[in-house]
Design a protein around this ligand. Structure first.
Ligand code: NAP
Length: 280
């Protein structure tokens, strides 16, 4: 079995659940805009089916795969060649070919760097406050390290997970914040990143009390589905705030570059993502 020249090659986003993914809309419009014949599909894949997917990928000469929950870690055991970020994080979201060999990248790191680009100068001065200690927080930490952020203050609902991150990312200067320190605003970071999943549900509260938001603070939320309470509380008092849609689109753009060797039209990707969100 092999893809036939001129008819395009398949790509997939694999995960479980996968029903609400924006990725096919984002990538297919970029292929269309670039007059490339490839087609990108959503595929429900459980961890125990992942090897089969990699085998099919090789067999049909597919162009690429994105991985989402719960496959980002498992896939690292199945592919040998990895970028430095994947080696460091033990999590990947993009499979591509380099000199004919399969390779994994974690393009969330690039996506997060692009999301906070307007505040890179402030990030380089530090500190940055990071709420959450899950998979997304790990990608943020790696990116903050690459941006040479001098100090990162992490708060997490389960304090032990934040402490574990501090131990694991030992080359970074990381302080763990207690619940009391967060509630009393006893932290210096003026760029505050919400990487918790609080905000995924429409009526979710913010993990940060509105009373501790200072005039100079920027709120960065990784959630891209809507303006969250976290974001609204910044915007309502005239502060800057941004949601995670740019991170999603730029991680897609970097993956697209890995697959095609070209740069996609990011504006059409962004419009497709917004349109898809409106239709969900
Ligand atoms: P994850 O690994 O499951 O981690 C979830 C995090 O949220 C943990 O820190 C968890 O704290 C915290 N949390 C969950 N419920 C909470 C609650 N009720 N109160 C306070 N904290 C709570 O998930 P993830 O992969 O890191 O993803 C986190 C969020 O980032 C998701 O909303 C996801 O959509 C978003 N994300 C966006 C992008 C993008 O491209 N924009 C990329 C990746 C992820 P505990 O440790 O205490 O459980």
């Amino acid at each position: 079995m092999k893809s036939v020249k001129g008819y395009g090659r398949p790509l997939w986003v694999a995960g479980k659940p996968i029903d609400h993914t924006l990725s096919p809309a984002i990538h297919n419009v970029a292929f269309q805009r670039a007059s490339l014949p490839h087609r990108y599909f959503a595929l429900e894949v459980a961890p125990d089916e992942l090897q089969e997917l990699i085998d099919v990928f090789r067999e049909v000469d597919a162009l690429g795969v994105n991985f989402t929950i719960p496959l980002k870690e498992t896939v690292c055991d199945l592919v040998d060649l990895k970028t430095d970020s994947v080696e460091a994080l033990g999590a990947a979201n993009t499979l591509y070919r380099e000199d004919g060999r399969l390779k994994l990248d974690n393009t969330d790191v690039y996506g997060f760097k692009k999301l906070i680009e307007p505040w890179h100068d402030r990030v380089k001065e530090g500190p940055v406050t990071l709420l959450g200690a899950g998979g997304a927080a790990r990608a943020c930490l790696y990116a903050l390290g690459e941006l040479q952020c001098p100090t990162i203050q992490i708060w997490n609902r389960t304090t032990e997970r934040a402490q574990k991150l501090r131990d694991e990312f030992s080359s970074l200067e990381i302080e763990c914040l207690s619940d009391e320190e967060l509630e009393n605003g006893a932290f210096d970071g003026d760029v505050v990143v919400n990487s918790t999943s609080l905000g995924l549900q429409e009526d979710d509260p913010s993990p940060l009390p509105a009373s501790v938001i200072r005039d100079d603070m920027v709120g960065v939320d990784l959630i891209y589905h809507r303006n969250t309470t976290f974001m609204d509380e910044y915007l309502n008092r005239g502060n800057e705030a941004v949601g995670g849609l740019e991170m999603l689109v730029y991680q897609a753009a970097r993956a697209w570059e890995r697959w095609t060797g070209e740069s996609p039209n990011v504006d059409v990707m962004m419009n497709a993502a917004r349109e898809e969100l409106r239709n969900q």
